[in-house]
Write a protein that binds this ligand. Structure first.
Ligand code: ADP
Ligand code: MG
Length: 579
């Protein structure tokens, strides 16, 4: 086996083949199909990265652990295999932990592997290099956390981490590997035997027949049914069955942000452009891998129309998700693939399409909204507003439906979500459940690495700043990533001032910055554009060439609104101080 570390001659007697912690971790990962690691090298995992690369694992080295962690998390979402992030101890671990917590919140399978300092010294708090009780700190922020102290337990440790990450509701797992473990030596044959290949890591979870009956009865009684597709449905990779369920049932569907493209946004049954009407007026809502959290107004309030006007069917692998915010009339616990095929089997001869007036009311609302938006998207002004610029990008994705779109920002996010149509599953990657900023470059890099397809990252100038240094990583690995920065000189807008006149306003950046120069510094292509036509041409060129590109798109500093669509979440003071 490859893990033969060295051969030593014991007292000139028999030669014994040995392995060590380094090799056992690498072999355990390879045995379980891990082909890529995202990380940042340093003590005590520098050699581990080198050796993993030498053993054929692709190792992508980042500039900051949070970005490596975000890359691992989205790799997990895209592949249904845990994405691996590798970091150094204490500070590197903490940087990666933000991404691990975010992965857990979003139900993305990921394993954060961090080196750590000597247990004996850490536990006595004697002040070791980068001393920190990492396992204790990770525990409340992820799905599971494990530490391996003996080389002979590495196989089990890696197996448990993989199974915990992908089984049931997927999530983040922490694996603590103390420095000493890496150089622990053991007999090579015993080491090989100690490895575990995880069998059926995410077992099917078949829904009960009664639960399926209950859901079908409720759907059949509906006058105004609606299907909401969430990112759990996108993750499940049951694309054909989900599409068949929607089309055979005839029920209008509404995709959550990262479920866009599961069916094309241009599909006749899409209620995307009639979102408010669909939520407010529906009477039975089938939630497919979507939670009734803040992104769906917790299933209540005026978004959802009259109190008591709604019954919910919820499909989720996590039983505890049921009734989290409102009563679920028909809970359907199981994996989405199994549940959807069970439902599909019941959409048979005596199934009746939803009433025509409901379907028609959604369709007409949708067409009116699309018609209202159309002229805004054609505006070719300079500087650009958000709509004009996004109109250009909408056309780029229409022409390249297999490109992956990464999107973060405030206005840049909220408007792009509505304007840019998606056509294929798992092509839209964004800020997810927390609405977190900083996922941009990590997601873009992993999307390019995992798919080999061109990636378009549409970034607010503020959002980009959280991971911007990774443009060097993009150039270093020569990835087909095109970054478009919507540069409006600041957060939300670029017009804030300091009332005292001393400093810049708290939400503004250096005016008229040229982010494109950052890309040029590392050998990539930088372009500055001031019109939607020029933006369209620059992005098209980048997507065709596959060269790392950064386009600085000059947006009117007055164009944005506070916090994009979620300004209402920003508390505002009503107290006026007397001077
Ligand atoms: P969105 O933000 O798109 O609404 P959420 O992240 O809120 O999506 O919800 C995703 C849900 O999908 C989670 O409750 C999660 O438990 C569930 N889920 C994830 N994978 C599966 C799966 N394979 N089968 C069933 N449910 C899943
Ligand atoms: Mg901005």
């Amino acid at each position: 086996m490859s893990a033969v570390a060295q051969r030593i001659d014991a007292n000139d007697a028999e030669a014994q083949e040995l392995t060590d912690g380094f090799h056992l971790v690498i072999d355990a990962l390879k045995l379980n199909g891990v082909d890529t690691i995202y990380g940042v090298p340093g003590i005590p995992i520098t050699d581990f990265g080198r050796m993993a690369q030498a053993e054929g694992i692709r190792v992508i080295s980042f500039r900051h652990e949070q970005n490596a962690g975000n890359a691992a998390a989205i790799a997990g979402f895209l592949t249904k295999k845990p994405g691996i992030c590798l970091t150094v101890s204490a500070p590197g671990f903490l940087n990666g932990l933000t991404a691990l917590a975010n992965a857990t919140t979003n139900c993305f399978p990921m394993i954060l592997i961090s080196g750590s300092s000597e247990r004996e010294i850490v536990d006595l708090q004697q002040g070791d290099y980068e001393e920190m009780d990492q396992l204790a700190i990770a525990k409340p922020l992820c799905k599971a956390a494990f530490r391996v102290l003996h080389a002979a337990d590495i196989g089990i440790g890696v197996a448990r981490a993989i199974r915990a990450a992908v089984s049931g509701r997927p999530g983040g797992v922490y694996l603590d590997l103390p420095a000493k473990l890496f150089s622990q030596v053991m007999d090579a044959a015993a080491g090989e035997k100690s490895l575990v290949k995880v069998i059926d890591a995410a077992p099917e979870q078949i829904p009960g027949t009664k639960a399926v009956d209950r859901a079908i009865d409720l759907l059949k009684s509906a006058k105004r049914p609606l299907i909401i597709l969430g990112k759990g449905a996108a993750y499940a990779q049951a694309d054909d069955d989900i599409r068949a369920l929607v089309e055979k049932s005839g029920i209008p569907f509404l995709p959550m942000s990262m479920a866009k493209g599961l069916l094309p946004d241009t599909h006749p049954q899409s209620a995307g452009a009639a979102r408010s009407t669909a939520l407010k007026d529906s009477d039975v809502v089938l939630l497919l891998g979507a939670r009734l959290n803040w992104l769906l107004s917790h299933g209540k309030g005026k978004t959802w129309g009259e109190p008591g006007s709604k019954k919910f069917i919820q499909v989720d692998i996590e039983p505890k998700e049921m009734d989290s915010n409102v009563e679920i009339a028909a809970p359907l616990v199981g994996d989405i693939g199994s549940v959807v095929s069970a439902l599909l089997a019941r959409i048979d001869g005596d199934w009746q399409a939803p009433p025509a007036d409901w379907v028609e009311s959604i369709r007409s609302k949708k067409e009116a909204n699309i018609a209202k938006m159309a002229p805004k998207l054609l505006k070719n002004s300079s500087p650009m507003d958000f709509h004009g610029a996004l109109g250009a990008l909408k056309n780029v994705i229409k022409e390249r439906p297999d490109a992956i779109l990464v999107n973060e920002g405030a206005n840049t996010l909220d408007l792009a979500r509505g304007i840019i149509d998606m056509y294929q599953p798992r092509k839209r990657l964004d800020v997810g459940t927390w609405g977190v900023m900083g996922i941009g470059m990590g997601f873009a890099i992993a999307a390019a690495v995992e798919s080999g397809k061109p990636v378009l990252a549409v970034e607010g100038d503020s959002a980009f700043g959280f991971s911007g240094m990774e443009v060097e990583t993009i150039c270093r690995y020569n990835l087909p990533v095109c970054i478009v920065i919507f540069n409006n000189n600041g957060i939300y807008r670029g017009t804030d001032t300091d009332p005292t006149g001393r400093d810049p306003g708290t939400t503004v950046f250096v005016k008229d910055s040229r982010y494109d120069k950052m890309m040029e510094a590392f050998g990539g292509v930088g372009v500055n554009v001031t019109t939607p036509d020029a933006l369209y041409r620059a992005v098209s060129d980048a997507m065709d060439s596959g060269k790392p590109t950064l386009i600085n798109a000059v947006i009117d500093p007055a164009a944005g609104s506070e916090s994009g669509n979620i300004g209402s979440l920003n508390p505002q003071s009503v107290v006026v101080r007397k001077k």
